[in-house]
Design a protein around this ligand. Sequence first.
Ligand code: SF4
Length: 289
Amino acid sequence: MNQDHDSKTKPFLDRSHLQANCENCFGLCCVALPFSASVDFAVSKDAGHPCKHLQDNFRCRVHTKLRQIGFRGCTVYDCFGAGQQVSQVTYGGQDWRNNPKSAAEMYQVFPVMWQLHELLWYLSEALSLNGAHPIHSELRLAEQDTQRLTSLSPQFILELDVASHRASVNTLLLRTSELVRNEAKQQNPSPAFKPKIEGRGIDLMGANLKGADLRCANLRGAYLIAANLKGTDLRVADLIGADLRDADLRGADLTGSLFLTQTQLNAAKGDHTTRIPASLIYPMHWSHH
Ligand code: SF4
């Protein structure tokens, strides 16, 4: 598969509105979400309690040294833009400090918005893929519907049946994946192209897959924790929900991979030799590996 093929199936996708914009947020992830003392967090805190490092202006006091002081989890997290949506649209710029009455509600709305924005992330990607053309109208309807849900009032957002909405979107994403991967396989029918290591939810924890040809592999929900993926070819591989914590992606090619998120990338190890999709950014901490 060459780069021309990649650029045809996966044009640059501007999803900046679906990426965290902390400047326009009331530090919602730092308040609404709980965390437990672990390798990812130096301390524990309950949902609805501000992190002790959150300042009055909603900026993180230790932002530049999170990893060094034991808050690796914060450097992995991405809200898909749900933080600024809840802060500026759902609550019209009224923050939880000045409006303590709506604070508890805002903390409940945020995780729901996060799920809706995650779906928007996947749907926008699916719509950018030529191979998914046969179902573009269904994808567009699902995107419009999800977009509509994100602008509901807090009361309606909290009444949503998000699980069933997720399930119907997931059906479309599965079909997208099959269409796109089958198309790529047909265009590249060499025997070496057939992925040997794949399977939904496959357990590849700590596996040594160095240099493997994983093009078009179905790695949905795969457990790739601490796997050696150095130099792997993951183009057009479906990585939705794959657990890439501490997976070594140095020298790997993820351009044109399907449904990869910033959080997955942030949780993995990589460096300047890792090739990533154009709509994602190189994690700040990668330069240290
Ligand atoms: S919720 Fe999102 S936008 Fe808000 S501080 Fe957290 S990461 Fe940034």
